[in-house]
Design a protein around this ligand. Sequence first.
Ligand SMILES: Cc1cc2nc3c(=O)[nH]c(=O)nc-3n(C[C@H](O)[C@H](O)[C@H](O)COP(=O)(O)OP(=O)(O)OC[C@H]3O[C@@H](n4cnc5c(N)ncnc54)[C@H](O)[C@@H]3O)c2cc1C
Length: 375
Amino acid sequence: MTIDEFDIAILGGGNAGMTLAAKLSLARCDKSIIIFEPHSPKLKSATWSTWADDSEVSRLKPYLKGIWKRWKIVGNQSEVVHKSLDFSYIAIDATKYLEGCAKIIDDRVKLISSYVETEKISDRILLLAQEKRFKADLIFDSRPANPDENGLKQHFIGWEIEVNQILTDTDTVTLMDFRADQSRGIHFIYALPLSGNKLLVESTMLSKNVENDDWYYDAIEEWLTLNKLSIKEKLREERGVIPMHKTKLPSSDLIDIGVRGGSVRLSSGYSFSIVQQQANALVEKIINNDSSLLLKTKGYPLGFLDSVFNRVLLDYPSIAAEIFVKHSSALDGNEFASFMRGSQNIRIWFKVMSALPKFIFIQSFFKTLFSYDYR
Ligand SMILES: Cc1cc2nc3c(=O)[nH]c(=O)nc-3n(C[C@H](O)[C@H](O)[C@H](O)COP(=O)(O)OP(=O)(O)OC[C@H]3O[C@@H](n4cnc5c(N)ncnc54)[C@H](O)[C@@H]3O)c2cc1C
């Protein structure tokens, strides 16, 4: 059987894979590239939200479903509202984004609509798809890795809906509304007002176990009732399970990217901005033939502190709402946005940690110190 050879192979053409390919094309990279992705962008029912500065907003504008300057976190007793001068909260239509990347990538990039498998033969990795074999000098892997059964996960179902009422505060995103059933773990409602009568509303859990669909559906219905809203039409559903822990040992043969490559902020579940940063760094190395490329990709550098934060959430889920409200009120809008998108510094982290109950923080710090996966 013949083997097709490429300079670069990208396994998985989701956010990380397509972003990397598009950025390589924009940088006029002259290497031959092959991407393996089984699904059309049309099937990607997802809204990727993040905080973006003005230049990112203008770059991503064609793919945006909404843009906001204010967001709030609602506890049982109190709420925090932030606004930021430097950052906007944006919601990206995943289908439009992936289609946009596909338009940017040039003709030399070959896209194979198929799952791919890897096979190690002596010291080389072969790629198997559509009953053909491929090999490449550099292989970037973004195929989803399975979350640990006992690891903290963010899991959710969201409905995009049209409501019978006129929405009153369309300038403000509800990032977390903790007035939801907390009996099975940390549970909040996330709501994006997309227009005067359109809303994306998600029931989101932070816990080890994924629930039955009805759990999330009931929570969405209850939140709508609490806010005196009723559904005129359900337009779309999206769902996800995002690991909030390191998912696997990076292999020495493939370069892990995206969620698999540590792009998820372990304490917030946000990953879009880190995927972009990761792709920028990789493009620079590829263009410069930098040999350190083969070292494992690093996600977010302050991962240890994220793990301390998650330890607190795992051990004390009943005070999670209080913790989120407290740490949000310790930060201003710009600091909060930097924290959530993974571009904060140690000073912001210190403010967040100071807002945690002292004994709980110290206990979690030492537990993490001895159990942290330092790879
Ligand atoms: C519904 C949903 C909403 C989300 N919302 C946000 C958000 O608001 N903000 C945020 O920052 N993050 C969000 N996330 C996290 C999100 O996963 C990441 O931002 C982003 O998609 C990560 O990119 P990725 O390339 O690592 O993974 P993906 O985008 O999932 O890409 C992996 C790709 O690998 C492909 N694949 C799987 N198996 C194979 C195989 N064997 N061969 C080839 N290809 C394969 C899949 O089809 C997929 O397209 C959300 C996730 C989901 C599911």
